[in-house]
Design a protein around this ligand. Structure first.
Ligand code: 5AD
Ligand code: SF4
Length: 453
């Protein structure tokens, strides 16, 4: 794919990524787009000819991190002609402010524009000025990125959906990533086939609202749009693909077909990230979530009925405006009832331009911190209990790389935990039964199980 002769001397690009898996994927694709232009990736910002900072805007610290990174780049020096690009959601939301606050930045572009990176670089060089691109053209982006790319390893993310129409009142995503749009089944299938042919065994389908995916059914099938359950079953038939995951889902889009797929499609891994954000119906309403705590609990019940061993994961926000002690207690009660295998939790962060930012009854920082501490203690306990329950069980582990110590391999369980075991390197890229023997704060350890010959 990148066999074009590189211009000399070879150039280097350094990409730093914050935020979600979507950004990680976008960063990978940007590096891929730059290869034919002669840019090789480097881990060292100071030696790069192009530094790309791929940003996240979801909570305020992310923007601060961008400015401190820009300050660091300035102080430590860099290639005299190096260009600096700010990409991602901070670029989308604060393009003009970035130009004012950080004049050393040459390119600013949002998540829907990076497929035009080669053209923007040429323009920045030609015009010696800054380039600002923050339009929403997700469809054009999907087309421009095409269906083939170089795989890196045995697992891969594939964007199937972008954007969000839900407008939760705390969230910037509908403003930074734009409206929901779905890629077609044929496009996704072609990308997954190409990855599988390069050795990829596990694909994670990505989208801000991945289960809202409704893409065109395969050409010639005569069907209307498909839902994510059908897509999972379709992808499962691609030779070489052994494991399928998807993230992030919304309770409003969990349909019966998708729930059934967990019970019927063996390759769909028993792990579901389904954020609820709060356990209080009053707060869920103020958040504009469009579901109650009870709706969510019934869904978890249905998913568990379809796939009893499923690991449930989620996202929680504490300290949303108006959250009193009772509402927080309802969150704790919901968490106790769900019993999460893992769950992310955050203090509410006021995002300019979102309805939550100007709501009355904002919560004091100390109260948010105290609630977060209490919630995280419970979640940590649940996670450790879930992990401890796996000790003595044999799990299929996809080994992805060498571990930290010699002779050790590192892989993932079906429940997405990191698993370490001693074994020959020839097992990298394979799914192997492993007896789980111990738990660690963020991983499991185990021993290879010899199968009878
Ligand atoms: N404050 C705190 N957490 C937030 N999230 C999104 N916006 C905010 C905010 N303003 C969290 C939600 C979401 C996750 C990706 O980030 O829990 O699911
Ligand atoms: Fe944000 Fe809500 Fe959309 Fe998720 S569903 S991206 S939290 S607005």
């Amino acid at each position: 794919m990148s066999e074009n002769s590189a211009p000399t001397p070879p150039k280097k690009v350094h990409v730093k990524t914050w935020g979600c898996q979507m950004n990680v994927y976008d960063s990978e694709r940007m590096t891929g787009l730059l290869k034919p232009l002669g840019y090789a990736p480097t881990e060292i910002a100071e030696e790069a000819d192009l530094v790309i900072l791929n940003t996240c805007h979801i909570r305020e610290k992310a923007a601060e991190k961008l400015y401190s990174e820009l300050g660091r780049l300035k102080k430590h020096g860099r290639n005299a002609d190096a260009k600096i690009a700010v990409a991602g959601c901070v670029a989308q939301a604060e393009g003009a402010e970035i130009r004012a606050r950080a004049p050393q930045v040459d390119l600013v572009f949002g998540p829907q524009s990076y497929h035009r990176l080669p053209e923007m670089i040429a323009r920045a060089a030609r015009e010696k000025g800054e380039v600002l691109e923050t339009e929403f053209e997700a469809e054009e982006k999907f087309d421009a990125l095409g269906q083939s790319r170089e795989a890196e390893g045995y697992t891969a993310f594939v964007t199937v959906q972008e954007g969000c129409d839900k407008f939760c009142t705390f969230c910037v995503v509908p403003y930074t990533r734009g409206a929901e749009i779905s890629r077609s089944t044929d496009d996704i299938t072609a990308e997954v086939r190409s990855l599988a042919a390069q050795g990829v065994r596990e694909v994670t389908m990505l989208g801000q609202n991945v289960n809202a995916w409704h893409g065109a059914a395969p050409a010639g099938s005569g069907a209307d749009d498909w839902g994510l359950g059908q897509l999972c079953r379709h992808i499962a038939r691609i030779d070489g693909i052994e494991r399928i995951r998807f993230t992030t889902s919304h309770p409003r889009d969990m349909d019966d077909e998708l729930i059934a797929a967990f019970g019927e499609e063996e390759k769909l891994m028993p792990y579901l990230h389904l954020p609820v954000q709060s356990g209080s119906d009053r707060i869920l309403k103020a958040m504009n979530r469009g579901h109650t705590a009870e709706d969510y609990l019934r869904q978890i019940e249905a998913v568990r009925a379809a796939r009893p061993d499923i690991a449930i994961s989620g996202d929680m926000i504490v300290g949303f405006p108006g959250e009193d002690d009772k509402a927080f207690e309802e969150t704790m009660a919901l968490v106790r009832e769900v019993n999460y295998a893992s769950c992310f939790s955050f203090k509410y962060s006021r995002r300019p331009g979102t309805p939550g930012a100007t709501m009355p009854k904002q919560i004091a920082e100390e109260i948010k911190s105290a609630r977060l501490l209490e919630l995280q203690a419970l979640l940590e306990d649940q996670k450790q209990t879930f992990n401890a329950g796996l000790v003595g069980k044999t799990l299929p582990v996809l080994f992805e790389k060498k571990g930290r110590s010699p002779g050790q391999l590192s892989g993932r369980s079906p429940y997405l935990q990191g698993v370490f075991a001693e074994g020959p390197e020839s097992l990298i890229g394979q799914i192997v039964p492993v007896l789980i023997t111990g738990t660690h704060p963020n991983s499991l350890s185990g021993q290879l199980v010899r199968e009878a010959a």
